[in-house]
Design a protein around this ligand. Structure first.
Ligand SMILES: NC(=O)c1ccc[n+]([C@@H]2O[C@H](COP(=O)([O-])OP(=O)(O)OC[C@H]3O[C@@H](n4cnc5c(N)ncnc54)[C@H](O)[C@@H]3O)[C@@H](O)[C@H]2O)c1
Ligand SMILES: [Zn+2]
Ligand SMILES: [Zn+2]
Length: 394
C-alpha cells in the first residue's frame, strides 16, 4: 500500500510499504478514506526528529471502512464506516473508566514513561504505524473505532478523530463562566475550532490571536474578535481593554511548542537539538527544556486573576522555566493534556447530523492525494497557499 513515511527532518515521502494485516483477534483492518494532517505532525516533521525512526508511517486522524475483522471483534463488521480516535485505549482500566483515555493503564508506553499509544507519533508514543496510508491496523477495535452513519461526506465526521474532541476538551477545561470571555492563542485548525466550540457553548466574548491573516479571517467570520501578535497593537492590552481591564476569564493555548516570537536563545537550542546525533539530541530535548514558551507566557500574562489557562498545544520539554510567582499570585488554574477522544465523542456526535453548527463540512482548505504529502507538509508548515486544514484522500 501507499503511505506517508518519515525519512528525516523535513523529509517525508509517499512510498509503497507492506500492507498491514489483522494480527490479533481484537484488531480490525481499516481501509482509510480520509486522513488529516495535524499541527502535531509538524512537531514530528522537524522538532521531535530525535524520537522518530526512518520508515515510520505518519498520521493519526483517520476515518474509513472496515475491511476485515479479527475473530474476537463483536461490534464491528466488514463495511462499517468508522472514525478512529488518535489514541489507542482499552476502555476497561481505571483511567479509561474515568474518561482519561489518553492515560490508559493498559496501553501506556511504560518504557518512555508516557501515556496511551498514539498512531504515528514517534517512539514516545509507541511507534505505532500511522494513518496517512491506504490501510490501518486498529488494535482493540471494539473500543477504538467509532461507528458513524453511512450518509454524509467524510468531512462531516473525520474531525471526530482529533480536531473536534481536542477543541471540545480545551474549551471544557477552560471552564468559561456563563456569559464569560475566552481568548484563544493560535488559530490553526485547533484554535479555529476552539473559537467555534466556545461560541457554540455560550461564551459571550471570544478573542482569537494569530499572526496569519487568513487564519484570523476564518475566525472573525465565525464571530471571534481577532488580533495580530506580530502587529503594532499589543493583543494583551487590546483584549484587556475589552474585558474591563481585567483580562479574559480563560485563555486557551492552541499554539504549543513551536510558537513564533519566542525567545532567541530557545530557538537556538532547538536548532542545535535538531542537528545533534540521535541519542544526544533526545536526552537534551528531554532534559534541557528547549520549548518555545512564548504562547504559554502570553496566556499566563493575559488571563484574569483567578482565571483558567487551558493548554491544548503540545509541549515537549522536561525542564521548562515557568513564572511560578505569577501563576501562584494570580491564582491561575492550569489544565492540559492530550484530548480524551472517546470521553467527548458522545457530546459531539449529535452536532454531526448535517445541521453543521460548527462548520465542519467546509473546514478543510485542501483535499489531497497521499502522493502530495511532501508538498502538503511543507505548505502547512509554512502556512502557504491558504493551507489551514489538509485532508488526505488515500
Ligand atoms: N492536546 C491534544 O490532544 C492535541 C491534539 C491536536 C493538536 N494539538 C496541538 O495543538 C497545537 C495546534 O495545532 P494545529 O493543528 O492548530 O497547528 P498549527 O501549527 O496550524 O497551529 C498553530 C498556530 O499558532 C500560531 N502561532 C504561532 N505562534 C503564535 C503566537 N506567539 N501567538 C499566537 N499564535 C501563534 C500559528 O500561526 C498557527 O496558526 C499544536 O501544538 C498541536 O500539536 C494537541
Ligand atoms: Zn492531530
Ligand atoms: Zn484503559
Amino acid at each position: 500500500m501507499k503511505a506517508v513515511v518519515w525519512h528525516g527532518n523535513a523529509d517525508v515521502r509517499t512510498e509503497d510499504v507492506p500492507d498491514p494485516r489483522v494480527e490479533r483477534p481484537d484488531d480490525v483492518l481499516l481501509r482509510v478514506t480520509s486522513s488529516g494532517l495535524c499541527g502535531s505532525d509538524l512537531h514530528l516533521y522537524e522538532l521531535l526528529g530525535p524520537f522518530m525512526h526512518e520508515g515510520d508511517i505518519l498520521g493519526h486522524e483517520p476515518m474509513g471502512v472496515v475491511e476485515e475483522t479479527g475473530a474476537d471483534v463483536t461490534s464491528l463488521r466488514r463495511g462499517d464506516r468508522v472514525v478512529v480516535p488518535f489514541q489507542i485505549s482499552c476502555g476497561r482500566c481505571a483511567m479509561c473508566e474515568t474518561g482519561l483515555q489518553t492515560q490508559c493503564e493498559t496501553t501506556q508506553v511504560e518504557e518512555q514513561g508516557m501515556g496511551a499509544l498514539i498512531y504515528g507519533y514517534s517512539s514516545l508514543y509507541g511507534s505505532v504505524p500511522g494513518a496517512q496510508a491506504e490501510y490501518l491496523r486498529v488494535p482493540r477495535a471494539d473500543h477504538n473505532a467509532l461507528k458513524v452513519p453511512d450518509e454524509g461526506p467524510d468531512d462531516r465526521y473525520v474531525y471526530l478523530s482529533d480536531v473536534l474532541p481536542t477543541a471540545w476538551q480545551a474549551v471544557r477545561y477552560a471552564d468559561v463562566p456563563e456569559g464569560g470571555s475566552v481568548a484563544v492563542l493560535g488559530l490553526g485548525p485547533i484554535g479555529d475550532m476552539c473559537c467555534r466550540v466556545a461560541l457554540h457553548l455560550g461564551a459571550d466574548q471570544v478573542f482569537g490571536v494569530d499572526p496569519v491573516p487568513e487564519r484570523r479571517a476564518r475566525a472573525a467570520a465565525r464571530g471571534a474578535q481577532v488580533f495580530d501578535p506580530s502587529g503594532t497593537e499589543d493583543p494583551v492590552e487590546s483584549i484587556r481593554e475589552r474585558t474591563g481591564g481585567r483580562g479574559p476569564d480563560a485563555v486557551i493555548d492552541a499554539v504549543g511548542m513551536e510558537a513564533d516570537g519566542g525567545h532567541g536563545p530557545v530557538r537556538l537550542a532547538q536548532k542545535v537539538v535538531s542537528m545533534l546525533p540521535k541519542g544526544a539530541a533526545a536526552s537534551l530535548m528531554e532534559n534541557a527544556g528547549v520549548d518555545r514558551l512564548s504562547a504559554l507566557y502570553t496566556a499566563i500574562d493575559l488571563v484574569r486573576r483567578g482565571g483558567t489557562v487551558s493548554v491544548i498545544g503540545v509541549y515537549g520539554g522536561m525542564a521548562d522555566p515557568l513564572p511560578m510567582m505569577t501563576l501562584f499570585d494570580k491564582q491561575i488554574q492550569l489544565r492540559m493534556g492530550q484530548a480524551n477522544v472517546r470521553h467527548w465523542a458522545p457530546e459531539i456526535l449529535p452536532l454531526l447530523d448535517g445541521s453543521d453548527p460548527l462548520g465542519v463540512e467546509d473546514f478543510a482548505t485542501h483535499h489531497l492525494a497521499l502522493d502530495e504529502a511532501a508538498h502538503a507538509y511543507a505548505m502547512f508548515q509554512k502556512k502557504e497557499e491558504g493551507a489551514v486544514k489538509v485532508l488526505f484522500r488515500p
